[in-house]
Design a binder for this molecule. Structure first.
Ligand code: SAH
Length: 331
């Protein structure tokens, strides 16, 4: 069992190529060569929170806000299912227009398309998490962002670390597959703290780990910060794979923002999941968490074709099943 010092040493290794190779071998041995695709729908960029790093924070008055209608969202999901995606991810800001009954109705409608359904809509009450699960939601994604509580408090003026942690435990307890993760390269974040983050993710028993570089957004208070590097994000992800060999690990979109082959590099350093954006029209431009998001001028079909070709070019295949952790089946 690796302890925090071992994790720190791995993160700081001088043999980056060796680290990536080891993570790639572990990925191959434990989860195989299939790359599972998740269709990501960014259904609202309206948010009650003010996270210092995020482009859709409430305080960004320049953001052009949108919210899909219920039918629009369900139709987008249906098109993704028709294109062959076996998992739909619904992501948004913390937009309370989508209350319990509305979301339950949407979940029930989307679940008719024979897909696994993931929610990524932030902090809610136990009652809501329970209702969403009963309506058919299979998985939940919510990053802890950092386990450095002081840093967390600085970055999230309206939120509490303990509350977010509690939410993750509730979600897990309700039987969702739990995805969490962090950003790396946050201002004031140390390597020790990243090592601690990885141990935390292992301790709470996540099923999926999303790790991305922090990328400064020009309309946020952190606009002049440096941001994380692709190398740091890939290293952190590779160490996560070594620490939790059989979980799902996405090649994150933010990695692609830093390098045109960022996600392919991630797939060769421990990742086994990609989340193509299936949001249509201008919405994907407006869902600007950070600048340089790839493919904002593309449409869903183009993304699917392009990613499929890229994935096959590195000798991997596209997963045909639901791609749950340890073959877990959707509700
Ligand atoms: N409201 C949901 C979804 C958040 S957006 C929730 O609270 O979970 C999804 C993720 O984007 C965040 O968890 C954060 O890790 C990442 N993100 C936001 N702003 C970013 C930035 N400037 N650079 C990199 N990643 C960012």
């Amino acid at each position: 069992m690796l302890n925090k010092t071992d994790v720190l040493n791995l993160l700081q290794t001088e043999d980056e190529v060796g680290l990536f190779k080891k993570a790639d071998e572990i990925r191959h041995a434990y989860v195989g060569d299939e790359v599972h695709l998740r269709a990501l729908i960014e259904f609202s960029n309206i948010c009650r929170n003010n996270c210092l790093y995020c482009g859709i924070r409430k305080g960004n008055e320049k953001a052009i806000r949108y919210r899909m209608s219920e039918d629009e969202l369900v139709q987008t999901a249906q098109k993704a299912a028709d294109m062959g995606f076996k998992t739909i991810v619904m992501q948004s800001g913390e937009d309370m227009y989508f209350n319990m009954s509305r979301l339950c109705r949407i979940i029930e409608r989307i679940k008719k398309f024979d897909v696994a359904l993931t929610l990524s809509i932030g902090e809610r009450s136990l009652e809501e998490y329970k209702a969403f699960r009963e309506a058919g939601a299979d998985r939940y994604l919510m990053r802890i962002e950092t386990t450095d509580k002081k840093l967390y408090a600085k970055l999230h003026p309206q939120q509490s670390w303990d509350k977010r942690h509690e939410c993750l435990l509730m979600i897990k307890e309700l039987g969702y597959e739990l995805g969490s993760g962090i950003m790396v390269g946050l201002p004031g974040q140390s390597m020790e703290s990243i090592a601690g983050d990885l141990i935390y993710l292992k301790d709470i028993g996540i099923d999926m780990a999303g790790i991305g570089p922090f990328i400064p957004h020009g309309q946020t208070p952190l606009k002049d910060e440096k941001g994380g590097t692709l190398s740091l994000a890939l290293r952190t992800m590779a160490v996560m794979r070594i620490l939790m060999p059989d979980i799902n690990i996405p090649a994150t979109t933010a990695m692609e923002s830093l390098h045109p082959r960022g996600r392919l590099m991630a797939l060769k350093a421990g990742a086994n999941v990609v989340m193509p954006n299936v949001t249509e029209g201008d919405y994907r431009k407006f869902y600007e968490l950070y600048p340089g998001k790839p493919c904002t001028d593309e449409q869903p079909k183009q993304c699917q074709t392009c990613l499929g070709i890229k994935i096959q070019s590195i000798g991997r295949t596209i997963g045909t099943g639901y791609g749950g952790h340890n073959g877990k089946k959707p509700l």
